[in-house]
Design a protein around this ligand. Structure first.
Ligand code: GUN
Ligand code: FE
Length: 422
C-alpha cells in the first residue's frame, strides 16, 4: 500500500524531514520506505491519494488520567495535594460503578480518537473491573494504549483507597488478560505515587513487574508539597527518585515518570542511567502552578522525553495544543533564565509529541523504515492565508488548528473508525 501526500516527520529532533507529494509505503502495518516519486510498476489500485494534504505521525500522549475526563476544564484553582482531595479522588471513586465507567471511558476513548492521539499511557481509577473495561474499549477502538489501574493503599480518603491484596490481585488479572507480546493494548503497572503506596505494595509491584516484564508509570517531583511529603515518609532515601529505585520501579522495566519538575542532580543522573522516560505535561504544570519542567536540561543530558496532556490537571487532550504550550513554557524559561536555557524549536516539540513518547511503545512516532504505520491526514485548507512551505503549513495547523483538521487516523496501517460512545 502507498499513501500519497505532503509527508512531514522528525526522525531526529533537530529538524523536519519532508517528502513533498511523497509516498509512504506500508506493508504488514509497518513503514517500508518513504519515496519522493512512485516506484516503477506500482499500480493505481495500490495508492491512496491524499493530494495536497499533510501526512504526519499520530500523536502520543505519554501521561493521561482517563477517569478524570468528567473534570476536564474544571477545578483548576488549587495546587496538587488539595486538588487531588477536593476534585480528583471524589470523581475517581465513582468508577466502582461499571455503568458510569462505560459511559465516561467510551467518551474518553472517542476523544483520543478525535484529537488524533493514536497511542497513550493511561492511568485508570483504582478499580480493576473498570480498568478492564477501559482496556476492552481500547481494543475495540483500534487505538494503541498502555493502561493500568491506579495503585494506592494508604494515606487516601477512606472512600477511595485500595487494600494491598486487592491492588496486587488486580495487576495480575490485567497482566494475564492483556500483556501478550506485541499487543496494541496492554496493561501497565500504575504506581500512583510513592506517598500513597505502602512498602508492602511497592515490593509486591516490583515483583510483578519483574515476573511479567510489565512496564511501569508513576509521578515524580511535580510539586514541593508532594516532595516534602515523600521526604517525611522516607527520611533516609537519597531522593524521591531513589524511593522508586529502591522498590525496583525506576527503569528495571521500561518506566515513565510524569512531570519531573523539581529534580536533584542525583535524580537526573539516575534517570540517565536507568533510561527513564520523562512525561512533560505543560498544561497541567501551568494549571496546578507546579512549576516549569527544565526540558532543555533533560534533552542536553540525553534523558528520554515525551509529552502528556495529564488530563484533568491538564485541560485539553489535543496534543497539538500541548506541544505548542511546551514551546511557550520553554520560551518563558529562556527569557527568565536570561537566555541560558534554549527554548524548544518547533521540530523538537513535534518530535517530543510523536517519536519522543512513541519510543516507549516500540518503533512508533516516525516514518522511518520498520516503524509502525501510525499516521494522521491533516486538511489545513482555510487556516489563514495560503502558504507555500509545508513546514509553515504544519506550524500554522499546530498553533491554530484543531481536531476538525484531522480527517483520518491510521494505526499500524489500518484506518481507525470513529469509536462507539455508550
Ligand atoms: N500525583 C498523584 N496523582 C496525581 C494525579 O491524578 N494528577 C497529577 N497531576 N499528579 C498526581
Ligand atoms: Fe498525572
Amino acid at each position: 500500500m502507498f499513501i500519497k501526500g505532503n509527508i512531514i516527520h522528525t526522525p531526529t529532533r533537530e529538524k523536519f524531514e519532508i517528502f513533498p507529494k511523497g509516498y509512504l509505503e506500508i506493508a504488514g502495518g509497518k513503514v517500508v520506505a518513504l519515496h519522493l516519486s512512485l516506484p516503477k510498476g506500482v499500480s493505481q489500485a495500490e495508492i491512496i491519494d491524499y493530494g495536497e494534504l499533510l501526512l504526519i505521525p499520530g500523536y502520543v500522549d505519554l501521561h493521561v488520567h482517563a477517569p478524570q475526563y468528567p473534570n476536564m476544564g474544571i477545578g483548576l484553582d488549587m495546587e496538587l495535594l488539595p486538588w487531588l482531595n477536593t476534585y480528583t479522588f471524589p470523581e475517581e471513586s465513582k468508577f466502582k460503578d461499571l455503568q458510569y465507567a462505560k459511559k465516561v471511558y467510551s467518551r474518553f476513548v472517542h476523544e483520543l480518537w478525535k484529537y488524533g492521539t493514536t497511542r497513550s499511557a493511561v492511568f485508570a481509577s483504582m478499580h480493576t473491573e473498570a480498568t478492564d473495561l477501559l482496556l476492552q474499549l481500547f481494543q475495540e477502538s483500534g487505538l494503541g494504549a498502555f493502561a493500568g489501574k491506579s495503585l494506592m493503599d494508604r494515606n487516601c480518603p477512606e472512600y477511595y483507597v485500595d487494600t494491598t491484596e486487592n491492588a496486587l490481585a488486580g495487576v495480575r488479572i490485567l497482566a494475564d488478560k492483556y500483556n501478550q507480546p506485541n499487543a496494541l493494548v496492554q496493561s501497565i503497572i500504575t504506581n500512583r505515587f510513592a506517598p500513597i503506596c505502602t512498602d508492602e505494595l511497592q515490593l509486591g509491584i516490583a515483583k510483578l513487574a519483574f515476573d511479567y516484564n510489565l512496564p511501569v508509570q508513576s509521578h515524580l517531583n511535580e510539586n514541593f508539597g508532594e516532595i516534602a511529603w515523600v521526604k517525611e515518609l522516607y527520611p533516609d532515601a537519597l531522593s524521591y527518585a531513589h524511593v522508586y529505585h529502591h522498590f525496583g520501579q525506576f527503569g528495571q522495566t521500561p518506566t515513565i515518570m510524569a512531570h519531573c519538575i523539581h529534580n536533584e542532580e542525583s535524580e537526573l543522573e539516575l534517570m540517565v542511567e536507568m533510561s527513564i522516560y520523562a512525561a512533560h505535561c505543560p498544561h497541567s504544570n501551568t494549571n496546578l502552578g507546579s512549576g516549569i519542567m527544565p526540558v532543555r536540561e533533560f534533552l542536553n543530558r540525553g534523558i528520554r522525553v515525551g509529552l502528556g496532556s495529564d488530563l484533568s490537571g491538564g485541560h485539553k487532550l489535543a496534543m497539538n495544543e500541548v506541544l505548542v504550550h511546551a514551546i511557550q513554557l520553554s520560551r518563558l524559561m529562556w527569557g527568565a533564565s536570561n537566555k541560558k536555557q534554549a527554548a524548544l524549536t518547533l521540530a523538537e516539540a513535534f518530535y517530543l509529541a510523536t517519536k519522543g513518547g512513541g519510543e516507549f511503545f516500540g518503533k512508533v512516532g516516525s516514518f522511518e523504515a520498520g516503524y509502525e504505520a501510525d499516521f494522521l491526514v491533516i486538511d489545513d485548507t482555510g487556516l489563514g492565508m495560503p502558504n507555500t512551505s509545508i513546514e509553515q503549513r504544519l506550524q500554522r495547523y499546530l498553533y491554530v488548528g484543531d481536531d476538525r483538521n484531522i480527517i483520518k487516523r491510521y494505526v499500524r496501517g489500518k484506518e481507525v473508525a470513529e469509536p462507539t460512545i455508550y
